[in-house]
Design a protein around this ligand. Sequence first.
Ligand code: CU
Length: 109
Amino acid sequence: MTTRRQFLTRAATAAAALPLLATVARAETHVVTIKNMAFSPADLTIAPGDTVTWVNEDRMRHSAEDLNGAFDTGLLGRGDSASLTFGNSGSFSYRCGPHRNMRGTITIA
Ligand SMILES: [Cu+2]
């Protein structure tokens, strides 16, 4: 079973104020695999507006929870995934809820 959850972070307004300078980039989706009690890649840099999809390949349940509460995928069973579309800026540190030593970061650059 696959669950998909969408979250939206704060939309930045700076880019909208400069329409003539903006280039329309195609948003990408990045996959973070959860396997063997680790996020891979643990540290991921994405472009503004990109989506990150976490896929759990472990038998035990995991989650990705932002340390500051910006997002929480909820527990994902084996084969489950959750997707989050990020805004225009920010840097996020997250961990697995049940296994707090499992850590990762998302940087928008
Ligand atoms: Cu975990």
